[in-house]
Design a protein around this ligand. Structure first.
Ligand code: COA
Length: 699
């Protein structure tokens, strides 16, 4: 044993260094110190002809320890560990299983040879955390696979399969066995038999000589177009260029200074917050991790429309058999065909094989009869958004479902407690609010009703992860967390148009902030008819909060529902999703303002940004105060995964903390004085945190 997480032993003439630091063998201080000591021991060991580096548990080293980022690093630092492996006088082999990522792959690349199990994946995901490989990765990868492929890997951050790695030259051998140690020892035997020498990657130049110099200009131009606002991708190109233009040691020095600049960037802090937020939301305050979970094997979905079909796909994609129920044979048939078409479109794009499409379709069991749901472990209702309809369905479920079945509703607006009242088992009723398109969007708001049992909450949170979603637990209120905040942004966007901004200007400001779509382009994507119908219902019901008919409603009345009808707030050329400003809409807005006696003024971009975002922050603070969301991180994750809030800003409330709550509180008070209205009443929580000089994440 070298230290508590790294061991050295000999197997025959092979010195085996093993890292054992669960869960993912992240290269923290203890691992770094252990590796240096174990390597020294292996070099000293006269009976070791070569050295094999491997890891225990589910994976090879999955990167530097992200929790140490932003804090001073104690020696030995990773570049020194890696330099020691590179310079080892004995041949070194890395044997890889699971995921060799980031610093883990950088260590593997500093070994002289590499073998991976065929199930392994190898990648440099640093760019996704606002960073770049900073311990020689940008210098060694081009030396192994050439600069063009290295740029693809480093800029995408996506891992490659072992077979791809073998084809590219990143590894020297692939092993079909399931023991990584045996795979490593097999390659070590071959290396000894064939007399493989020590072969530092730093000394190799065959893949980098003769690099086409236009490669870097092409990448720079593409990045300037695709991600102009991101910091680290541009530095990645500079670093790989250094690999082909500078001697190795100078390239490493250049990489280091670029890496440190990324480390200092607020984008790095934001992206790392987003990484941990995704994982943090799974840990529910007050719900012990050993809370028992109900066994879920069979799922039923009620409603074969767009939402129900998408939800069914989420489960069949994860291997669950799904009963899909609709009340009409035609609707059911249309729903099943729509699912098949979506799978076939994926197959066309090479994402699924024909056999996989068939296997997924075989898991769907269409039915018209509630009796067929009697053995389902989980039923998700995705029927028409009406309390009466849903209460009828839940009363029926109460009658037919087995004891202990979880009864979930996908409602986006209705009161879960009122739905639970239709049953004699409110403890089994929960909300599972999927976001459209359900098979694509990662967010799942799991809504805990007043009487939902703990084991039901634990089960749906666990299931979220199993079907590849980010599940966030929320409480009951109109719109829950995500849509309640969205509603405020939408209302404010409409107010800005009334005052003189154009939809294009609002959208331009939001996309400049980092949203992939502006508010109005998103409305066109979701369909204007959705909000219009909800507003019509509320108006008919005499809801005093419902807004008067506006120009958006007028568009819907003209049949301009958005992208799906080729026109909405914007117009669309046939077959194109690019929003184009439409003079007819500008005229409609002008007419609407005139009718209401409003005089338009020039609205600045800064005002648009501040009003759209601060009103969201204020609403989020109220949601926290009411306990509808437990923590700031939950709201961050909801907006990151349900609405594509720019990840490099960390999340809505992480961004707010960064701006400073006193600044935001003061602005909100100013808007309340000039604009008035409930949404601009400053949240007492926000006021208190601002007064105390604290942020949302200090709660
Ligand atoms: N440093 C510190 N902690 C890490 C980590 C890292 N590099 N990678 C993962 N973890 C932690 C996670 O936060 C999680 O902790 P928790 O259980 O307390 O929530 C735990 O390890 C397991 O990770 P998780 O992502 O839930 O497991 P997984 O099996 O789904 O995925 C990985 C494993 C390695 C693929 C995934 O965690 C990952 O992509 N990690 C980041 C790798 C990376 O970016 N490395 C480069 C760093 S420069």
């Amino acid at each position: 044993m070298v230290n508590s997480v790294v061991s050295y032993r000999r197997v025959g003439r092979v010195g085996v260094i093993t890292v054992d630091y669960p869960p993912v063998n992240a290269v923290g201080l203890a691992v770094r110190a252990g590796l240096v000591a174990a390597l020294a021991q292996g070099v000293e060991d006269a009976d070791a002809a070569l050295l094999l580096l491997t890891a225990n548990g589910r994976t090879f080293m999955a990167g530097a320890d992200i929790r140490e980022f932003g804090k001073p690093h104690q020696p030995p630092v990773l570049p020194d560990v890696i330099a020691a492996f590179d310079a080892c006088p004995k041949p070194t082999i890395a044997a890889i299983h699971g995921t060799a990522l980031g610093g883990g792959l950088e260590i593997a690349m500093a070994c002289h040879y590499r073998v991976a199990l065929s199930s392994a994946k190898l990648g440099l995901p640093e760019v996704k955390l606002g960073l770049m490989p900073g311990s020689g990765g940008t210098q060694r990868l081009p030396r192994l696979i050439g600069p063009a492929k290295a740029l693809d890997m480093i800029l995408s951050g996506d891992p490659v399969s072992a077979s791809q790695a073998l084809a590219d030259g990143l590894i020297d051998a692939m092993d079909d066995g399931d023991s990584v140690l045996e795979a490593g020892l097999r390659l070590a035997d071959r290396a000894r038999a064939e007399g493989w020498p020590a072969r530092p990657t730093s000394g190799r130049t065959d893949r980098i000589t003769g690099t086409d110099p236009t490669l870097f200009a092409t990448h720079r131009a593409a990045l300037a177009k695709r991600v102009p606002h991101l910091f680290s991708p541009h530095r990645c190109v500079d670093a790989v260029e250094a690999a082909v233009t500078l001697p190795f040691a100078d390239g490493v020095a250049r990489e280091r200074s670029l890496f440190l600049a990324c480390m200092e960037s607020p984008q790095r802090a934001g992206l790392i917050h987003a990484f941990f937020a995704e994982r943090e939301v799974a840990k529910i305050p007050g719900l012990p991790t050993d809370t028992p979970k109900r066994d879920v094997r069979t799922v039923a979905v009620i409603g074969a429309g767009t939402m129900g079909g998408g939800i069914a796909m989420c489960f069949t994609n994860a291997g669950f058999p799904v009963r899909l129920l609709d009340s009409g044979a035609d609707a059911l048939d249309r729903g099943v065909q729509a699912i098949r078409r979506k799978h076939e479109a994926s197959a066309k794009r090479g994402k699924l094989t024909a056999a996989q499409v068939d296997a997924r379709m075989a898991l769907i069991h269409p039915t018209l009869s509630y009796a067929d749901l009697s053995d389902a472990d989980l039923v998700i209702e995705a029927a028409f958004e009406s309390l009466e309809v849903k209460q009828r369905i839940f009363a029926e479920l109460d009658r037919v479902c087995k004891a202990g079945a979880i009864l979930a509703t996908n409602t986006s607006t209705l009161d879960i407690n009122a739905i639970a009242d239709a049953t004699h088992r409110p403890q089994d009723v929960v909300g599972m609010h999927f976001f459209s398109p359900a098979n694509v969007m990662k967010l799942l708001e799991n809504v805990r009703g007043a009487r939902t049992a703990d084991d039901v909450v634990a089960t749906v949170m666990d299931l979220s992860r199993r079907i590849g979603k980010v599940g966030v637990l929320v409480g009951v209120c109109y719109g829950f967390v995500g849509n309640r905040i969205l509603h405020q942004r939408g209302r404010e966007s409409m107010a800005l148009i009334d005052e003189g901004a154009s939809p294009e200007q609002v959208d331009r400001v939001l996309t400049a902030f980092g949203f992939p779509l502006g508010h109005f382009a998103m409305t066109d994507l979701a369909g204007i008819d959705v909000g219009w119908r909800i507003r019509e219902e509320r108006r008919k019901a005499g809801d005093p909060e419902s807004q008067a008919v506006n120009w958006l409603d007028a568009l819907a009345e003209q049949g301009r529902f958005g992208q799906k009808t080729g026109a909405g707030v914007y117009r669309y050329e046939p077959g194109s999703r690019t929003p184009l400003p439409d003079p007819a809409v500008a005229a409609l807005i002008a007419e609407d303002r005139a009718k209401r006696g409003l005089t338009p003024r020039a609205v600045s971009d800064d005002e648009i940004r501040d009003r759209c975002l601060y009103v969201m922050v204020n609403e989020a603070a109220k949601i926290l105060e009411e306990g509808i969301a437990a923590r700031a991180v939950d709201i961050d994750a909801i907006w990151l995964h349900g609405y594509r809030f720019p990840a490099h800003r960390g999340g809505l409330l992480f961004w707010a903390d960064h701006v400073g709550l006193p600044v935001i509180a003061q602005a909100i008070q100013g808007y309340h004085a000039t604009l008035g209205g409930h949404p601009w009443e400053l949240s007492p929580l926000l006021r208190r945190l601002a007064d105390e000089g604290r942020g949302f994440h200090s709660l």
